[in-house]
Design a protein around this ligand. Structure first.
Ligand code: EPU
Length: 410
């Protein structure tokens, strides 16, 4: 595959930023918003609170002025876990929130104990009733919080507590904060709203509460996971793809591994050029919180490893059960053994196209990547997962030379 692809705005930065607009009564304008199902779900939640939402291409204007709602219902939250990040803004702005407990998902159990621990440390009283988190934030105050769990920091947990602390009297210090670029982008937006934040993008974030936040304009950072996925499309098809807007510093661990394996990844004006230059070597990957190797790139890397000669190993340290894609890749002829949280992948000569079932967002992308090089035709079913996180993926792949199209599920 050859050519240039424009990387869209980051889904995982945009979702908490949309939730953060609830912290003000004024209008906020967010641009570089990707057109994705998850974005529509978040906008439905905001409208459900009474916010006025106006969307024109990749620009969204949100006016929460006078909104009354404080309840995020199960029907909406169950379709997207990130809905839980309305909890912090609601409780800080209105002193109360009722948000459906998000539950687990196909990539494994996804608890929210870190979110709740952080909110409790800020003085929020929390009850779990009828599957809802019922939060009373009438007596909140700044606090010194250690925000870690079994698997290290939490991205949305940090986002939730950071948002809540912006309007909470006193100073809040978050230790072991998530350092992901999406969290730093949220902080950048909050600061444009008038929040006082220091240390964002590091494990120690300090927030001094203010009385009021104003509306703000913000352009969302490019999606590093989308960028990485198209970089892998170049690698797996022995191609040469320029990723417009992509930032090397956001995918540094991924670029390091792929470069070590033999792929060329170079900065070009306004993006990155990814080129297959020689036979790739097998490699080992361990997923970790940022700046470590992202779990959201694990499945897609596995697809590349299935056709890379030699033995590669992936150890999943964020979601040890995030391996549903193995059985589908195996249906295409991949040779993979799962040993606890590690997958051992023996590269095969070629994959063979087959009907496969997408189980989650990144697994779907992995199957599409595998389909790009598999002999014959690959049908990826349950595309709605893919539409949650990849804007215009079919059109983008086609423009790079892939034979791919969308058909209505029979
Ligand atoms: N965890 C806890 N308790 C909590 C929260 C998290 O034990 O209260 C655990 C999780 O089970 C996991 C680890 O901590 O083992 C990290 O989870 P984290 O909270 O960081 O995940 P998240 O914030 O819910 C975001 C992304 C995910 C991405 C993870 C990890 C969004 C909307 N989602 O989820 O993205 O995998 O961070 O980087 O930002 C995706 O885009 O496909 C996706 C799943």
């Amino acid at each position: 595959m050859h050519g240039t692809v424009a990387i869209s705005g980051a889904k995982n930065a945009c979702l908490p930023i949309l939730a953060a607009t609830l912290l003000s009564d004024d209008k906020s304008v967010i641009d570089n918003v990707p057109k994705l199902r998850d974005m529509s779900t978040m906008l439905k939640i905001l409208r459900n609170f009474g916010a006025k939402v106006d969307q024109d291409q990749d620009v969204i204007k949100i006016e929460p002025n006078g909104y009354e709602g404080y309840k995020a219902p199960y029907e909406l939250v169950s379709t997207m876990r990130a809905s839980v990040c309305v909890l912090g803004p609601l409780v800080a702005k209105h002193g109360r929130a009722e948000v459906s407990f998000p539950g687990g998902c196909i990539i494994g159990p996804r608890p929210i104990d870190i979110h709740l621990k952080g909110l409790r440390a800020l003085g929020v009283k929390i009850k779990i009733e009828r599957g809802y988190i019922i939060a009373d934030g009438t007596k909140m105050r700044g606090s010194h919080i250690y925000l870690g769990g079994h698997f290290g920091s939490s991205v949305l947990g940090t986002a939730n507590i950071m948002m809540a602390a912006t309007l909470t009297k006193g100073v809040t210090i978050i230790e072991n904060a998530a350092c992901e670029p999406e969290v730093a982008d949220l902080a950048a937006f909050l600061m444009k709203m008038g929040a006082k934040i220091k240390g964002h993008g590091t494990p120690r974030v300090i927030i001094e509460g203010v009385k009021r936040l104003r509306g703000a304009k913000h352009s969302v950072i490019p999606d590093r996971i989308e960028a990485g996925t198209y970089a892998l499309a170049a690698a797996i098809t022995k191609g040469d793809i320029t990723l417009k807007n992509a930032k090397l510093e956001h995918i540094i661990a991924f670029a390091d591994k792929l470069t070590e394996s033999g792929l060329s990844i170079k900065r070009v004006p306004n993006g990155l050029r990814v080129k297959y230059v020689k036979r790739l070597k097998p490699t080992d990957i361990t997923t970790l919180p940022y700046p470590g190797f992202p779990t959201d790139m694990q499945a897609q890397c596995m697809s590349l490893m299935t056709v890379t000669g030699g033995i590669s190993v992936i150890t999943e340290k964020i979601y040890p059960e995030r391996f549903i894609h193995i059985s589908e890749l195996s249906r295409m002829g991949a040779d993979i053994i799962l040993e606890g949280p590690s997958a051992i992948i023996k590269g095969v000569q070629s994959l063979s196209g087959a009907p496969v079932m997408a189980s989650d967002l990144r697994a779907s992308a992995a199957l599409v990547l595998a389909g790009l090089v598999a002999k014959g035709r690959t049908e990826v079913h349950r595309l709605y997962h893919l539409d949650r996180g990849y804007e215009n993926i079919v059109e983008k792949l086609q423009s790079l030379g892939a034979k791919v199209w969308r058909e209505r599920e029979k």
